[in-house]
Design a binder for this molecule. Structure first.
Ligand code: E4P
Length: 220
């Protein structure tokens, strides 16, 4: 499976890239806007931290297929291995088909339904990103959507991969992985929750106090 961080926070990526087995970083316009710095500077720094093998994702901003294709080419000119995120609208599907013909890898994003996600895969998107928590937050069933999308891709678009996104809890991400998703992208706070159970620290403190009780300051 592939694990990504969903952030453009340079300090957080540096810290978590050291700790977690991540394949790369996903961004979107809202995430990059939080940094209040030129977009291409932020993307270059992220790619530098990830190194040659790390996969970076960035999103188009245009509303027409032509603008999206132009944005994609700008992104790829700047970072040659970047995967281009394209919102799955009608125009987005036109752009994904064209970018696929040009050999530019894409991710279909802003996916709120399994059928919508399937169409982006059939258009050629390498990754499809269903928005789990946003669907839950509007009263839908985010995990249910991901299960359907996963099955649809396995049956009809096996060259595409679900990259589940939009999480508020580790449980949501685990449920996606249990549904067979091959990749997830986690916001920093959710990634940190996986290793932040207070019971873990309590267990380690008990090991230390038992050791000190028996051996004092002697090391292993
Ligand atoms: C992924 O493609 C999206 O950019 C992102 O995960 C959306 O997450 P949010 O709902 O936390 O903004």
């Amino acid at each position: 499976m592939e694990l990504y961080l969903d952030t453009a926070d340079i300090a957080a990526v540096k810290r978590l890239n050291r700790i977690l087995p991540i394949q790369g970083v996903t961004t979107n316009p809202s995430i990059v806007a939080k940094e209040r710095r030129p977009v291409f500077d932020v993307l270059s720094e992220l790619q530098d931290i990830l190194g040659d093998k790390g996969q970076l994702f960035a999103q188009t901003m245009g509303n027409t297929a032509e603008q999206m294709i132009e944005d994609a080419q700008k992104l790829r000119n700047h970072i040659k291995t970047i995967v281009v995120k394209v919102p799955v609208t009608g125009e987005g599907l036109v752009a994904i088909k064209e970018l696929t013909k040009l050999g530019i890898p894409t991710l279909g994003t802003a996916v709120y339904g399994a059928g919508q996600g399937l169409l982006s895969a059939l258009a050629g998107a390498k990754y499809v990103a269903p928005y789990v928590n946003r669907v839950d937050a509007q009263g839908g069933d985010g995990i249910g959507m991901v299960c359907e999308l996963q099955q649809l891709l396995e049956l009809h678009a096996p060259d595409s991969m679900v990259l589940a996104a939009s999480f508020r809890t580790p449980r949501q991400a685990l449920d996606c992985l249990l549904a067979g998703c091959e990749s997830v992208t986690l916001p920093v706070d959710v990634a940190e929750l996986f290793i932040a159970d207070p019971a873990v620290n309590a267990a380690i403190e008990k090991f230390e106090s038992d050791w000190k009780g028996a051996f004092g300051s002697t090391k292993l």
